[in-house]
Design a protein around this ligand. Structure first.
Ligand SMILES: *Cc1c(COP(=O)(O)O)cnc(C)c1O
Length: 470
């Protein structure tokens, strides 16, 4: 799928093979930009009715610009698609995976739009509780929960605690017993299916930190232990197979293995598992290589798979849950940067590469460095008649791997002071942001109906200095 790096080494002579030469370097590629994003009469990008130029002046750069309508439409689309597809059976819930991006406003939208919420640390739980998110529609994840995190979840009345290990079965029972409550738990099982993008790998052994292995028998042991613990109530089984998945094939193998366990639990322990959570991981379009499915196609495809497997195993279709994070948050947001240094670097012979430096970088988007992600970008403050040239958009950090967009066409007259916007930065960008080089983290502003408002304010140097108390 991925173009070999050597392709890009030809600099301006050759873009990576996957990157099409633009017919119009100013045009918005369909599917890449949030639903309200257009070019305004001045040629600037406009998101939620607010121009990128206005945002840059009033908010400053870098800034995460979140298209509120886009986020909420996606959240509702997933909820509607899955509840509709499973309406003939026991129904479905959709939980937004808060780790993709969480703040108070997002928690309130997710609540209003009828989704549940996944949190996986005490910090995420605190954000959700402060926002007034109903605890019974929350799930607490994590492979290394502290007693305190479990206790806070139980005190708040969190609907499901997703247990990740045999040790945690006993830990949750002990904490629940100390509090005199019963913990409602799911067991996260590993199916040996690992999915990313267009491929998935199905193996028998699972060399990773999450979950209880079905193959080794740990999953069945955990079910037996939960059923024997009066402090624990078994809600169901959970499986999450990976991220940025485009194909339901991975879910097919995983669902079969989990449902085999459901059948085994029924036969050996006489217990009916009523809830199945198949996790998240639905892919988004970061560039033209990616072809995400609609929520409707995902939901109907997965429903067909589960119906078939349940039929073969003579099981009732359980109540199901799904946990999209990236597919809801990712496409809603773009990052607005200001261009600084533009450098044309000779690569030997006729080859060269144009490095466009922006005022953020790996501190606000580490995905390129961490996951080899391929982002896209556009000139955001104006259109240009200059010919397209391949550039590399880099940050301001002391790290040569500080790349935001590895290869993209921008107009050849891109210069200091220009605005550049990178789409689909709503998931795993702010939530993975750091203070590397003591660069304060950007704000997150929501745009809607011609107005912007701050959801998370820009970090200041005072914020950074305030932590340094030694
Ligand atoms: C990360 C995660 C998700 C969300 O994954 P996306 O790729 O953002 O959809 C859902 N469930 C669990 C358990 C996760 O760890």
């Amino acid at each position: 799928m991925r173009a070999h790096e050597a392709g890009a080494l030809h600099g301006n002579d050759a873009a990576p093979t996957w990157l099409p030469f633009p017919t119009d370097v100013n045009a918005l590629i369909p599917g890449l930009w949030s639903s309200t994003c257009v070019r305004d009469a001045d040629g600037a990008l406009e998101i939620g009715g607010v121009s990128a130029t206005t945002l840059a002046e009033e908010v400053g750069t870098p800034a995460f610009v979140l298209d509120e309508d886009d986020f909420r439409e996606r959240a509702r689309a997933f909820r509607t698609a899955f509840t509709t597809a499973f309406a003939p059976h026991a129904g479905a819930d959709v939980y937004y995976a808060g780790k993709a991006f969480l703040c108070g406003a997002v928690a309130r939208w997710v609540d209003e739009d009828g989704l549940g919420l996944d949190v996986c640390t005490g910090g995420e739980l605190a954000v959700a509780l402060r926002a007034g998110f109903p605890a019974d529609r929350m799930a607490l994840h994590g492979n290394n929960k502290s007693d305190r995190e479990i206790a806070r979840a139980l005190e708040a009345g969190v609907g499901r605690i997703v247990i990740d290990s045999l040790a945690e079965v006993r830990q949750a029972a002990r904490v629940a017993s100390d509090l005199g409550v019963q913990a409602h738990v799911m067991l996260r099982v590993t199916t040996g299916v690992e999915a990313h993008t267009h491929e998935f790998i199905a193996t028998a052994h699972e060399d990773q930190k999450f979950g209880l292995s079905i193959t080794s028998g740990d999953a069945l042991t955990a079910v037996r232990e939960v059923l024997a613990s009066p402090e624990l109530g078994l809600v169901g089984l959970h499986s999450h197979i990976g991220s940025q998945i485009f194909d339901v094939g991975g879910f097919e193998v995983a669902a079969r293995r989990v449902l085999d366990l459901v059948a085994q639990v029924r036969e050996e322990l006489g217990h009916t598992i009523e809830h199945l959570d198949l996790g998240g991981g639905f892919g988004v379009m970061y560039n033209t290589q990616h072809t995400p499915s609609t929520p409707e196609d995902l939901a109907s495809g997965i429903a067909a798979i589960i119906e078939k497997e349940c039929h073969e195993l003579e099981l009732e279709v359980p109540h199901v849950a799904f946990e999209p994070g990236r597919a809801i948050a990712g496409p809603s947001t773009q990052t607005l940067y200001t261009v600084g240094t533009v450098k044309d670097v000779r690569l030997g012979g006729p080859h060269h590469r144009v490095y466009v430096s922006v005022d953020g970088g790996m501190s606000d988007n580490v995905r390129t460095a961490l996951y080899d992600a391929d982002y896209s970008c556009l000139l955001a403050g104006r259109v240009s008649d200059a010919p397209p040239e391949v550039v590399r958009v880099v940050g301001k950090h002391c790290e040569s791997g500080d790349i935001v967009v590895k290869d993209e066409y921008l107009p050849a007259d891109v210069q200091r002071g220009d605005l550049v916007s990178v789409p689909v930065t709503g998931a795993y960008c702010y939530s993975l942001a750091s203070n590397y080089n003591h660069v304060p983290r950007p704000p997150v502003v929501a745009v809607k109906d011609g107005r912007w408002r701050t959801l998370v304010r820009r970090e200041s140097e005072e914020d950074l200095l305030a932590l340094d108390v030694g």
